[in-house]
Design a binder for this molecule. Structure first.
Ligand code: GLC
Length: 455
């Protein structure tokens, strides 16, 4: 009895020491590590067995998800979906009755060079990377003991893809993160005994992933079947924030149950503009938010897309600016091929964004939205960010004169990437900037020019 009460005392003591309790009220107190909001731009990677068929209908015609190639397996077995017959026809024509699981033998990643990838991300100006460690298909990209024979080391590539990429990414001082799907479409344990699935597979897998590779982002998804209580999300997060090796640096998104989106987590998520928000005040303090999307309409590589499905570099840069000006991050997705290449079109887009950020990054990284900015619309000519006392005006269409109301009085105005002087005048809180006589098609970049308005 004595021993028991002593143990109980120890337990209470540990609980008191633990900073966060396994319930939202306590977990919500944790401030989002500031690196995340400063980072602004990350690369999402959807890669897995779905990269073998790499096919979906051409666009998100239904407005949500019909063009997602990573959903291939599920589409074959969802007769109530309008797009189902197209998937079945494609599959039968090209693969007969080959099972989805069998595709793993063609997921070889033989051309995968993690350092080349990491270098591309660094040159794109990204500050963090989020790889699908396990999508809804349940295949793990690391040697998960809970996913015997359905992981990248036992079968397919025979390589620890998640670990090798983390090493290369961290070596370049980018933050590494993992996407992890809580649910699995066809896992028999999940379908028959969700508690057992959570206890014996899901939680051990997430802890394994975090302890092995120490990611700074845990990006969960596939949460919609159950509330957070069923997923034991609060327990997992208490462990993550109190006891894990990344307890001080890690950030998590808001997909922890069908009752958590936009309510809990270090940052809110939107996807292809769904639920994108300016108002990120959640439970008493402003949380960062992040929009994710592909360069086309899919996350997983979709061989069915043509050039016209892809956004141009300029469109992607404008999207980045629009998001950052409204206080968010952009997590831009790429879909590598089954043999481990990043499609050249995606490389080109990354390079182009990197070129723009190289000149204009000062206005992006570490910035916050400008509270006095006018409300943005689809074709706002000028976007604003601020960093401390510095205000940045990013001009979408080259103008001879830029007029900014409610601007602070500057001592100097610079055009980023241009060495010459910029003339301005200031009267009654209105700042007028005179564009310098340069050719805006060459100097200092081809589109989206930034004026730094210095205190
Ligand atoms: C989704 C999808 C998916 C994608 C993702 C990214 O909800 O199911 O395929 O991974 O979210 O935001």
């Amino acid at each position: 009895m004595k021993k028991l009460s002593f143990l109980f005392f120890i337990f209470l003591f540990q609980q008191a020491l633990a900073q966060y309790q396994p319930h939202w009220q306590s977990l919500d107190q944790r401030k989002t590590p500031v690196w995340f909001e400063d980072a602004k731009f990350g690369i999402f990677i959807h890669w897995g067995v779905f990269s073998v068929p790499a096919w979906a209908t051409k666009s998100n015609a239904d407005g949500f998800g019909s063009g997602y190639a990573e959903w291939y397996w599920q589409r074959l077995f969802a007769p109530n979906l309008k797009i189902h017959p197209e998937f079945v026809a494609f599959h039968q024509k090209n693969y007969g009755n080959r099972s989805y699981q069998d595709f793993v033998h063609d997921f070889k990643a033989e051309l995968f060079n993690p350092d080349d990838w990491a270098k591309m991300f660094e040159q794109a100006g990204a500050k963090y990377v989020v790889l699908t460690s396990k999508h809804h298909e349940g295949f793990t990209m690391w040697p998960s003991p809970q996913s015997w024979n359905w992981n990248a080391v036992d079968v397919g590539p025979h390589r620890d893809l998640a670990g090798d990429l983390a090493k290369a990414v961290k070596a370049r001082n980018l933050r590494m993160g993992y996407y992890y799907s809580l649910y699995e479409w066809f896992n028999p344990t999940y379908k028959t005994d969700v508690d057992r699935y959570v206890n014996e597979r899901m939680l051990p897998q997430m802890k394994d992933l975090v302890t092995r590779y120490q990611p700074d982002i845990l990006w969960t998804d596939g949460e919609w079947d159950h509330p957070a209580k069923t997923w034991k999300s609060e327990e997992l997060l208490a462990w993550l924030f109190n006891d894990s090796p990344v307890k001080n640096s890690v950030v998590v998104n808001d997909r922890w149950g069908n009752d958590t989106k936009g309510k809990h987590g270090s940052f809110a998520t939107s996807e292809y503009g769904h639920g994108g928000t300016d108002n990120n005040e959640v439970n008493g303090f402003a949380r960062p938010w992040e929009e994710c999307r592909g360069m086309g309409e899919s996350f997983g590589y979709n061989r069915n897309e043509n050039l016209d499905s892809y956004r141009t570099g300029e469109q992607l840069v404008h999207q980045l600016i629009d998001i950052v000006a409204r206080g968010g991050n952009l997590l831009l997705n790429i879909g590598p091929t089954a043999d481990g290449r990043i499609p050249v079109i995606m490389q080109q887009r990354l390079e182009e964004i990197g070129g723009w950020l190289n000149v204009n990054g000062e206005a992006i990284y570490g910035s916050r939205k400008w509270e006095k900015a006018p409300k943005y619309t689809q074709d706002s000519p000028v976007y604003f960010t601020r960093k401390g006392e510095h205000l940045y005006a990013i001009v979408r269409k080259w103008q001879e004169e830029i007029i900014i109301e409610n601007a602070p009085k500057p001592t100097k105005v610079r055009l980023l990437g241009f060495k010459g002087a910029v003339k301005f005048s200031y009267k009654n809180n209105v700042l007028r900037i005179e564009a310098p006589a340069v050719n805006p098609n060459t100097i200092p970049c081809r589109y989206a020019w930034t004026y730094a308005i210095m205190p």
